[in-house]
Design a protein around this ligand. Structure first.
Ligand code: BGC
Ligand code: CA
Length: 293
């Protein structure tokens, strides 16, 4: 990617905590969330329109379902939205022990399971977990002791899961068994200095490189599979939250951002905080994975 690439503004949304972008390749729409007010947005890059569905509680993550509609990780569990976006059914309640917590980022595995993690509102260390929702709607806890459960990405062959617990300042990899949905062999693959910001959302491209959003770092970094930082995309706002490839042939990198955590002075200096950005970074992404239930 040339160092001169500058992101455009796709939706100047002023989102509180813009997050969780998902590209719907069938409808050519960009879905994205505003977590704290509980909004699911559906933007049409061709017209600039941006519709909103109100969940009624915070929504941390969304993924497309194979039969249409969405699976959502809402504040306290999982919900299914029907294909017409009319009916929302909460299908699982997950009790958060300890301090008040909510679901944060989530994504589907190659077999159609939905993985999503939690975090305490007060960021209490170790108060979060990573969960798996199977297509039959059974819920399994995969990890405990997580602080801010964040980015998830699978390699194209589905055998490796990359995972970010933000305050650990890096990306870990797990061996992933797509047959059972089990995790094994956790290891560190990317280290990110605290001065670069908190690693947040993440996506993977067709070359197997990871694109990691840096909250507080005004950037998305691309890391090669060996952990080397090989490109930086800079933004005019500090709180960059999550990237996804979309658009024709998955050639556009869409990136969400947040106003949350900025003071009055910072907000005045960052009039586009909370926007969704779009950049042509010269590489393609992989089709998003869908929920089987
Ligand atoms: C969370 C935010 C958090 C940020 C940085 C996001 O995924 O929703 O609450 O501040 O990550 O770690
Ligand atoms: Ca996130």
């Amino acid at each position: 990617m040339p160092a001169s690439v500058r992101p455009d503004i796709a939706v100047d949304a002023h989102a509180t905590l813009g997050e969780g972008p998902v590209w719907d390749d069938q409808q050519q729409r960009l879905l994205w969330l505003d977590i704290l007010p509980g909004l699911v947005h559906r933007a049409d890059p061709a017209t600039g329109s941006d519709d909103v569905f109100r969940v009624g509680k915070p929504v941390g993550a969304a993924s497309l379902r194979r039969g249409g509609g969405l699976v959502l990780a809402v504040e306290d569990g999982f919900a299914l939205l029907d294909p017409d976006w009319q009916r929302l059914d909460q299908v699982a309640v997950v009790e958060h022990a300890g301090p008040r917590a909510r679901f944060n980022e989530g994504k589907c595995d190659p077999a159609g399971r939905f993985l999503a993690g939690t975090m305490a509102y007060d960021l209490s260390p170790g108060a979060g977990s990573l969960y798996r929702l199977d297509p039959d709607l059974a819920v399994t806890r995969l990890l405990e002791g997580v602080t801010i459960s964040n980015g998830l990405a699978w390699t194209a062959d589905g055998t490796t899961l990359y995972y970010i617990d933000s305050p650990t300042q890096g990306v870990d990899a797990f061996g992933y068994d797509a047959g059972t949905g089990r995790l094994a062999n956790r290891r560190r693959v990317v280290d990110i200095p605290a001065a670069a910001g908190l690693p947040d959302g993440m996506t993977i491209d067709a070359d197997g490189c990871l694109w990691v959003a840096l909250y507080g770092g005004s950037a998305v970094h691309r890391y090669a599979p060996d952990g080397r930082l090989d490109a930086t995309l800079s933004f005019p706002v500090t709180n960059i939250t999550c990237p996804v490839f979309g658009g024709p042939g998955f050639s556009v990198l869409y990136v969400t951002s947040a106003r949350d955590g900025l003071d009055e002075r910072q907000l005045a200096a960052q009039p586009h905080a909370g926007a969704v950005f779009a950049a042509d970074v010269g590489t393609r992404g992989l089709p998003g994975l869908r929920f089987g239930g």
